[in-house]
Design a protein around this ligand. Structure first.
Ligand code: HEM
Length: 286
């Protein structure tokens, strides 16, 4: 049964990438026909348009349909990881009201000065918010077992002989909770990353912390992934206060992880928003 569902899922994915490409092609040819002068009237509407614009003759970089489908797959493949991180960060803060308050104070201090528009321009000032995201990724790496590796040469690690062709699964989840490297490993303590002495980054150079993997197969979208967590989280904290439903207590929250290749929350997170700073209308473009 599971295999059938997986197969349907994979097939529907392929159909999606194929139809995404086919639809964009149809739209572009209809426009070209209607406007006769294709080059002058051609407009970029979406990512697929940009990729298709590399299908003209005479370009140094020429993309085939298959390459374009692979790029779309790469872009969509990692789409679940930023929401999973956001979900865990919110859940951990709901369980730790002190941390939630400290993060809200920071975001509101920075963006109240910007007339209430939360955007990327001042995100780098949010040191505490960044450390919350780092800590959420330490406790709940969304890809807990990374991508599988295969050993191409016989080698020895810690006295263990690893034969050629051995399939290696790296447990990033266990590594980032290892008490040898982390004090209070199971506690959510963003402050640990504020300390200048603990300058651990995402680039896979510190093997005790590899939520994006390491080496040649490291996630190619670290910056995009983090940006997709930082801004939404800053907005959620700036505009709303958050409460648990039905009088639930902070320490009653169920933090069970789903079992599988991705470590989402097993149960949906229910929270009640209370508007603190309403969204302002977007200023007109100049
Ligand atoms: C918080 C966000 C994200 C996290 C934590 C994350 C984590 C990871 C991890 C752990 C891997 C495996 C690395 C390894 O085995 O060494 C990976 C691979 C990958 N990620 Fe991400 N990712 C995130 C966001 C994204 C986004 C937004 C995209 C695409 C837009 C993306 C695209 C990919 C792709 C294409 C690979 C496979 C690379 C390969 O085949 O070697 N990721 N990611």
């Amino acid at each position: 049964m599971a295999l059938v569902i997986k197969t349907i899922y994979v097939l529907s994915d392929f159909t999606l990438y194929h139809s995404c490409l086919a639809n964009t092609k149809t739209r572009r040819s209809e426009r070209a026909f209607a406007n006769a002068t294709y080059e002058k009237t051609f407009k970029i509407f979406c990512l697929v348009d940009v990729l298709l614009s590399f299908q003209h003759d005479g370009l140094d970089l020429w993309l085939t349909d298959d390459t374009i489908k692979a790029v779309i797959l790469d872009m969509l493949g990692g789409n679940g990881t930023p929401p999973t991180t956001l979900d865990w960060a919110m859940a951990e803060m709901m369980r730790n009201p002190r941390i939630m308050k400290k993060a809200q104070d920071e975001v509101r201090r920075v963006f109240d000065d910007k007339l209430g528009y939360v955007d990327e321009s001042n995100i780098d000032e949010l040191k505490y918010l960044k450390s919350i995201i780092k800590e959420a990724l330490r406790l709940h790496p969304p890809v807990p077992l990374l991508l599988p590796r295969k050993c191409t040469k016989k080698c020895e690690i810690d006295g263990y002989e690893i034969p050629v062709d051995t399939k290696i699964i790296v447990n990033a989840w266990a590594i980032s909770r290892d008490p040898k490297y982390w004090e209070n490993p199971d506690c959510f303590e963003p402050e640990r990353f504020l300390d200048d002495l603990v300058q651990v980054d995402y680039k896979g150079n510190h093997f005790e912390y590899i939520p994006f993997g390491a080496g040649r197969r490291i996630c190619p979208a670290i910056s995009l992934g983090i940006a997709n967590v930082e801004l939404p989280l800053a907005m959620l904290l700036y505009h709303f206060d958050w409460m648990l439903p039905h009088g639930m207590k902070h320490n009653e929250m169920d933090m069970t992880e789903e079992f599988g290749a991705s470590a989402k929350r097993a149960k949906d997170l229910y929270v009640v928003p209370v508007i603190k700073r309403p969204l302002l209308p977007v200023p007109p473009f100049k």
